[in-house]
Design a binder for this molecule. Structure first.
Ligand code: PMP
Length: 430
């Protein structure tokens, strides 16, 4: 009966609804639950999929890489050949364009940006940190940890809206063309965190082609969810490195990815891909920082994951575990909130999140109310630079970690809170 939306309900009806929802909310509160939907972590069943990887190397094996190097010893600044091959398949680049890092891609991103601040990127005239101001474009909602890196390095963040096919490219092109202190952009191009959006070919082409006032403008292309599909029809993503080469900007992009959500977060293998010129420049720089990353973990991963087809088969098992969770959340949102004109959400084909927008100025209160009933959500505002969502409406739902039962309760509570806060908001507006 509410299909016309809450806005069409009279004050008395809204008050009555509020009272009954509030009662249900009170019942949940008394149950003292502890439900965490705050971070995009795999659940224990997902982690179990990779446990056999821990048995794949044995002390009896000859632990040598293809090039004969002993994985038990020093050496190999940018990874063993078979690891480079595996990542080159995943990232769709050539083996010479890949560097293997340590256990986390975020670390590689932080280091890459730190190096740019200290020394500039390949082709920079001045280290970025020596300039009076450095700015980055931050399509938002986005990944909070990208924004934390900028904050820590004192890089000013400019919020750019995320649209259905990626960042608002009119805005990106205009800003990058006009301001030489804008040195780069953060992108999560596939199943973006949190919107679950995949950039269109046109978006990729425009990023590769656009004129940037800074000649050393660099795209930080965080392809964290490149093989993390939820359906049998994966979103296609155009190859940015190839597009940059075609556009005559071969050194414009750093691509990142990792096996964090393929095998074990925190104990995976990360990689960076870029032009050969960039990669050899970086290789020289990092030779002062490390003798080389963990080759044993690389070997373990290559033996376990084997090749891109095998990775896809492995990811299918992840999808089998988490797809029902996404489906349940989407179904519940539709049932509780559909047609009420108080919340809108995306239906991602992959990745780890469902991004939900409330009415303006409601998100922080919803998150707070949910917390009081035992449901921990990502902090409101976290998906925007400086933790400030200008419309205070975005909520990131991370459905993978909780069990189905826990998730059901958590979403029920979330939907209750959204309705309660919306009604209050609508009553005030009248
Ligand atoms: N990028 C994005 C977009 C992510 O969502 C995450 C993990 N939640 C990461 C990077 C972190 O990856 P890693 O474990 O390789 O540092």
């Amino acid at each position: 009966e509410q299909s016309a939306g809450f806005t069409n309900l009279g004050a008395t009806e809204l008050n009555r609804l509020y009272a009954s929802l509030k009662e249900t909310y009170g019942e949940y509160k008394r149950r003292n639950m502890k439900l965490d939907m705050s971070r995009g972590k795999p659940c224990p069943e997902q982690l179990a999929l990779s446990k056999e990887m821990l048995d794949i190397l044995s002390s009896n094996d000859l632990l040598k890489a293809e090039d004969g190097s002993d994985c038990l010893n020093y050496g190999g600044i940018d990874g063993i050949p078979e690891a480079k091959r595996l990542f080159s398949q995943m990232m769709n680049v050539s083996e010479n364009e890949v560097m293997i890092g340590g256990n986390a891609s975020l670390n590689m991103m932080f280091d890459a940006l730190s190096r740019a601040m200290l020394h500039g990127v390949y082709g920079s005239e001045v280290p970025w940190g020596k300039l009076p101001k450095v700015k980055f474009l931050c399509p938002s909602p986005g990944y909070d940890r990208h924004f934390s890196i900028c904050e820590q390095l004192q890089i000013e963040m400019i919020t750019v809206d995320m649209l259905q096919h990626g960042p608002d490219m009119d805005m990106v092109e205009k800003l990058a063309r006009e301001d030489d202190s804008i040195k780069g952009i953060w992108c999560v191009p596939k199943y973006s965190n949190p919107d679950g959006i995949t950039y269109s070919d046109e978006t990729v082409d425009r990023l590769a082609r656009m004129h940037t006032e800074a000649s050393d403008f660099t795209i930080f292309w965080d392809d964290a969810y490149t093989v993390h599909h939820l359906t049998n029809e994966p979103d296609p993503l155009k190859n940015i490195l190839a597009a940059c080469k075609t556009a005559g900007h071969p050194n414009r992009v750093y691509m990142f990815c990792s096996t964090s959500k393929i095998t074990f977060p925190g104990s995976g293998v990360a990689a960076l891909a870029s032009s050969e010129a960039n990669v050899s420049h970086i290789r020289k720089q990092i030779s002062a920082q490390t003798i080389g990353p963990d080759k044993i973990n690389q070997l373990r991963h290559v033996r376990f994951l084997q090749n891109i087809d095998h990775i896809h088969a492995h990811m299918k098992k992840h999808a089998d575990i988490i797809k029902p969770k996404f489906d349940m959340v989407l179904h519940k949102l539709e049932t509780a909130l559909g047609g009420k004109n108080i919340a809108w959400w995306n239906k991602p084909n992959g990745g780890y999140f469902i991004s939900l927008n409330t009415l303006d100025d409601c998100a922080a209160e919803v998150v707070q109310m949910a917390a009081e009933a035992g449901v921990t959500l990502t902090k409101a505002g976290a998906t925007f630079p400086y933790g400030k969502d200008p419309r205070n409406r975005n909520i990131r739902i991370a459905p993978t970690f909780p069990s189905l039962e826990e998730l059901e309760a958590a979403i029920d509570i979330l939907c209750l809170c959204i309705q309660l806060v919306s009604i209050k908001k609508l009553q005030v507006q009248r």
